[in-house]
Design a protein around this ligand. Structure first.
Ligand SMILES: [Zn+2]
Length: 79
């Protein structure tokens, strides 16, 4: 297919229409500029760990989220 796979270059299209020839590839076969930012922990275990980082348990975070959603629904309900 395209040559950047063989040459192990990033190959992302840049603003001036050329392809990025950075060779420091990371996740997803793109360089650190084109790989995109992390979207946070994916696994339950990772979420638990990041919750602990801010001094809460994962269950606390879940409860807070549910409370927020409930309040939101309540605010929009016409009773
Ligand atoms: Zn790149």
């Amino acid at each position: 297919m395209t040559s950047h796979f063989q040459k192990l270059e990033c190959g992302a299209k840049t603003r001036n229409g050329t392809s990025c020839d950075s060779q420091e590839l990371g996740r997803g076969g793109r360089c650190r500029l084109h790989g995109g930012l992390s979207t946070g922990p994916k696994t339950i275990e990772g979420r638990r760990r990041s919750a602990l980082n801010i001094g809460k348990s994962y269950d606390d975070l879940l409860a807070e989220k549910q409370k927020r959603q409930f309040r939101h629904q309540y605010a929009h309900a016409r009773v």
